[in-house]
Ligand binder design. Structure first.
Ligand code: NAD
Length: 480
């Protein structure tokens, strides 16, 4: 069986403790590779190599760094098919989704920050007759990047690219549930000309190697994407060491549908915003609020179209949903569906596991599920499920829907469907979220601030926000 390795100091290395974890293929439920269960010793080694590499990498011109990162982006592009198939196999998502979203976006992340750094400027503040302040921004040093399993290489590269572009050396840890494309990335980085030690990729469990990254005194900043509970643990440890943190956490996003919307476009987009990537996108709209006057029309059409979504093995070109990421996650989703029923929810469609034919009969498939009849403040409508499960909630008044939308601990994103421009602005302004899409969903401009408020996170990624996070500003005043 294939044994993955860590990537340290420009070389693939086995974990020092020789311990491995099983890596499952979610579409078949079979173990298909082993991944290092790395420990503190591997982190120490990676940090040592990053310390040696930092003076070299940080003193390169931004043009040189930019060229290497563009090579890296081209390197993924040249091996696209391999990355697409690996991502789908590791995560269970349809190959078509990895081809249209995950891998193109990973390529774009490196390209975007490789070019953004060339335009990144710092400020100066003139004080009439007195002097001038100028602010310089320097790389932090060694930074930690920890990412989740839902969009594996997409989110891994979203952190690594700005960290490297701004001159830092990186200790990165992908999710142990989906390590494969991060494993492939090491070789691409080496071929692109990235000096040894600049990017180190460690595999293993969060509470072991992840924790060692968070606690290592030489790692000065942590960029984390994952669950809110994990984010809270990391925030506490990092705060006690005065580390800079960027936390992108969970969500329970409202999708608010007013009667005056473009119905066809809304239905088409709502199918995606509910079930893309098996509902395992932090931005999926899992609470669908529908204005009462169109509730029945919406329910009928939506449920009909959900029934037509094919759940199939990821290689099937017609698959709209593949498998969810792991057995424990499948069981978690099914237990949430059970709770929804206990709370009095009515399952309009789905609600069950799907058994495919061999060799996919042990895979983790769930039918897209639509539930109605639950109060906005019940457990199902307050807790993140992170699977192909949405609830329908009717509303009459704008103020009521805003109150219900804001009622969870989360504040990541929201979607609003209306043709009334004034209302679109009014409602957007009152929603406690970091991102709003009006009459659309998941349209991303990499220059815009990305992230949430409340328990959905701290700080923003994207564009200048990311480059500011990964640099330390120093203000210098000089007297006239
Ligand atoms: P998770 O929190 O379990 O794990 C995320 C990463 O953190 C993994 O690499 C894991 O190994 C590591 N980790 C776990 N415990 C750790 C610890 N104590 N110290 C250091 N690292 C640790 O999350 P997950 O299940 O992989 O991902 C799903 C969650 O991610 C959902 O809640 C989802 O909403 C969230 N998410 C948020 C965004 C966003 O941008 N806001 C994007 C994608 C996913």
């Amino acid at each position: 069986m294939e044994k993955l390795k860590n990537f340290i100091n420009g070389e693939y290395r086995a974990p020092i403790n020789s311990q491995y974890l099983e890596n499952f293929e979610p579409s078949t439920g079979e173990v298909y590779s082993l991944i290092p269960n790395s420990s503190k010793e591997d982190v120490d080694l990676a940090v040592k190599s990053a310390e040696e590499a930092f003076p070299i990498w940080s003193s390169m011109s931004k043009e040189q760094r930019s060229n290497i990162l563009i090579n890296l982006s081209k390197g993924i592009e040249a091996r696209s098919e391999e990355f697409i198939n690996a991502e789908s196999k590791d995560n269970g998502k349809p190959v078509s989704l990895a081809r249209s979203v995950d891998i193109p976006r990973s390529i774009a992340n490196f390209h975007f920050f490789a070019t953004a750094i060339l335009h990144f400027a710092s400020e100066s503040h003139n004080m009439e007759g007195l002097g001038i302040n100028y602010t310089i921004r320097k790389p932090i040093g060694i930074v930690g990047c920890i990412s989740p399993w839902n969009l594996p290489l997409y989110l891994f590269s979203w952190k690594i690219a700005p960290a490297l572009a701004s001159g830092n050396c990186v200790i990165a840890k992908p999710s142990e549930v989906t390590p494969y494309t991060a494993y492939l990335l090491g070789q691409v980085a080496k071929d692109a000309g990235l000096p040894p030690g600049v990017l180190n990729i460690l595999h293993g469990e969060g509470n072991l190697v992840g924790d060692s990254i968070v606690k290592h005194p030489s790692i000065k900043a942590i960029s984390f994407t994952g669950g809110t509970a994990t984010g809270s643990i990391i925030a506490q440890k990092a705060a006690s060491m005065f580390k800079k943190t960027s936390l992108e956490l969970g969500g329970k996003n409202p999708n608010i549908i007013f009667a005056d919307c473009d119905f066809e476009l809304m239905i088409k987009t709502t199918l995606r915003s509910s079930f893309a990537n098996q509902g395992q996108i932090c931005l999926c709209g899992s609470r669908i609020f529908v204005e009462k006057s169109i509730y029945h029309k919406f329910k009928e059409e939506f449920v009909k179209q959900v029934d037509n979504l094919l759940v199939s093995n990821p290689a099937d070109p017609n698959a709209k949903l593949g498998s969810v990421v792991s057995k424990p996650h499948m069981n978690k989703i099914l237990s949430h569906i059970k709770i929804a029923k206990e709370e009095g929810g009515k399952i309009l469609t789905g609600g069950n596991q799907v058994k495919l034919d061999k060799p996919y009969d042990k895979g983790y498939y769930i039918r897209p599920t639509v539930i109605e009849g639950l109060s906005f403040d019940c457990k199902t409508n307050q807790e993140e499920i992170f699977g192909p499960v949405v609830t329908l909630i009717p509303f009459e008044k704008e103020d009521d829907v805003i109150m219900m939308a804001n009622s969870t601990e989360y504040g990541l994103s929201a979607t609003i469907w209306t043709s009334d421009l004034k209302r679109a602005h009014r409602v957007s302004n009152q929603l406690q979220v970091g991102l709003v899409w009006i009459n659309s969903w998941l349209v991303r401009d990499l220059r815009t601030p990305f992230g949430g408020m409340k328990s959905s996170g701290m700080g923003r990624e994207g564009g200048w926000e990311a480059l500011r996070f990964f640099t330390e500003p120093k203000n210098i005043f000089i007297k006239y």
